[in-house]
Ligand binder design. Structure first.
Ligand code: KMH
Ligand code: ZN
Length: 277
């Protein structure tokens, strides 16, 4: 089996310090948490940022400041910016970090109920996001919150808006989206076109069992405070790196090597360091 890519979703848009005291918020805290996650085995950082008051923002300036620190502290890691931002943000606001030409950016091909809110992705905006991501030479990660979004993604491919090989992140267990069960994971994976790569982001209590399933099935894994703040029931995780380290340990026990950032770039067909543009 190919090496396991671990993505660390360090902060997200919704979690607060009151809920998770170790949540990194400032650019410096995020960069430090990313470096620790990298040491523990992560090769991709799924990046959201916060303003000085800790509120979710898609500000180009805050992303630029954070990217600069990340490039200093852990230049080897793949940075994947969020275009999801927080529920209720406008498309133009959400797209800002893509203009910084990161290696990867998320692309959600559909709308989904999101707890008490709705994560809206109008077809017109999905097209705009796909075009902007392609124009900036960025690799999209297709965020799949429910079954129909895979069909929507394949329609984007047919229209030439997204180019294979596709990489999917199966976000499972959001209240309003597909429940985070292994049976549902097998179903989603069965719908992916040949040649695709995928990771799973299990929300809350679904994080650990789905990570274990993905390791066995040949997929990849996303963990971190964006998705789950607990190490086990009733016990908060002490850091994002603690969650990453457990997945790396599980993988090694199951004889699945953990990908280095270079191997992750090869698997995802990203440009390798030093490769001509
Ligand atoms: N915060 C969610 C509403 C992404 O990063 O692209 C959307 C999200 C997805 O987190
Ligand atoms: Zn996100």
């Amino acid at each position: 089996m190919e090496p396991l890519i671990i993505t660390a979703a360090l902060v997200g848009a919704e979690v607060t310090r009151a809920e998770q005291p170790a949540l990194p918020l400032s650019p410096a805290e995020i960069a430090e948490a990313a470096a620790e996650a990298g040491q523990a085995g992560a090769s991709i950082i799924h990046l959201h940022v916060r303003d000085a008051a800790g509120r979710s923002t898609q500000s180009r300036d805050v992303y630029a400041a954070t990217l600069a620190l990340l490039r200093q502290l852990c230049p080897e890691l793949i940075i994947q910016v969020s275009t999801g931002g927080a529920v209720g943000m406008a498309a133009a606001e959400r797209l800002q970090p893509v203009t910084l030409a990161p290696e990867m950016a998320t692309l959600t091909p559909g709308s989904v109920n999101f707890g008490a809110d709705v994560f809206v992705n109008h077809p017109r905006d999905i097209e705009l996001f796909a075009r902007t991501i392609a124009e900036h030479g960025v690799k999209p990660e297709l965020e799949i919150f429910d079954t129909g979004m895979i069909a929507n993604a394949l329609r984007l491919v047919k229209r030439g808006l997204v180019t294979p090989p596709l990489h999917f992140d199966l976000v499972m267990g959001v209240p309003g989206g597909i429940p985070g069960t292994v049976a549902n994971l097998l179903h989603l994976v069965s719908l992916l076109p040949p040649g695709s790569t995928w990771s799973v982001a299990g929300i809350g209590a679904a994080e650990l069992p789905l990570a274990a399933a993905a390791i066995i099935l040949g997929g990849h894994v996303r963990v971190g405070f964006e998705d789950n703040i607990y190490y086990r029931k009733g016990e908060l995780a002490s850091s994002n790196a603690q969650l990453v380290a457990r997945v790396a340990r599980l993988a090694r026990e199951l004889e699945r090597p953990v990908a280095t950032p270079r191997q992750a770039r090869e698997i995802l067909t990203l440009k390798l360091p030093g490769e001509a543009t």
